[in-house]
Write a protein that binds this ligand. Sequence first.
Ligand code: PLP
Length: 341
Amino acid sequence: MVGERRHTHPVETEYPAMKTPSLPRVPLAHLPTPVEPMPRLSSHLAGPKLWVKRDDQTGLAFGGNKTRKLEFLLAEAQAHGARTLLTRGAVQSNHCRQTAAAAARLGLDCILVLGGERPPEITGNALIDQLLGAEMRWAGEADPETLLEETFQQAWADGRRPYRIPYGGSSPVGAAAYAAAMAEFMKQDIEVDRIVLATSSGGTQAGLLAGARLHGFRGSILGISVDKPAAELKPVITELTNQVLGLLGSSDRVEEEEVLVSDAYLGGGYAVVGELEREAVYAFARTEGLLLDPVYTGRAAGGLMDLIARGEIGPEERVLFWHTGGTPALFAFARDLAEGP
Ligand SMILES: Cc1ncc(COP(=O)(O)O)c(C=O)c1O
């Protein structure tokens, strides 16, 4: 039955002794995700001690960071009696793929508004969207946000009880999943000085920052922007972090200066695979047998490798690379990657 609540159960989002309220959550992810050392990559880079947090292994149709957010967002959708999930993204959106999988898991319909024209060959994430039964609407020349709004109104008029999953899953409720993820990481008892991750809509970084405040993580958290200037992203992440803190019952607040975002690796723009991403994808694969995606984690890992090469991250540091998933896109970018590093 659609919209039923039997899957929902409250899960504590807190670390020992925290007095934060728990949020309703639908179990979708395999948690905790492993943290693994990357000794061969460390020595290849003559760099710091490196670990990876495997959120590419959250288990929902190839996993990724959106699975955690969807656990909270789907609880909200169920509370609204939703029968249809609706969201938008790029052709190779990992967010859309995981939303489609979550909808299938709960017996909900899913409508995806995808940017641009339907490509001649459906591959990578878009192929998985289709396998999962999502209705795919191609925006073509139209503004995807406008089409999304029209699609929502139509679905509502048709009695399909649509629920709009926010862009990138990055509402305060979605981002709160990463405050819980920070608690999860801290329980894994691996001390690091720095966390590096890919950032785009900012929800993952905001959740981690809120979690750091709530649970006392003392290292720094650096977001490598995939598509936006830091000046644009920092206020968004600051506001979202503070909203998450408020939602979780904390009156603590972060200031914009504390939000670390680098926009030094935007390269040719969103989803334009260059030398930086190629080198990172090959280095992780060949030293650790670990797959990155070419758009998000490849760019963030390329940034991390560059910061190490330039000595901005020193060999004495302990660094966690938070893998946010996205690997199905590898197949859609085969042409950019096939030539080698
Ligand atoms: C693989 C991957 N990594 C990182 C991100 C960025 O996460 P956020 O939108 O929470 O900043 C995304 C978002 O689409 C993603 O798909």
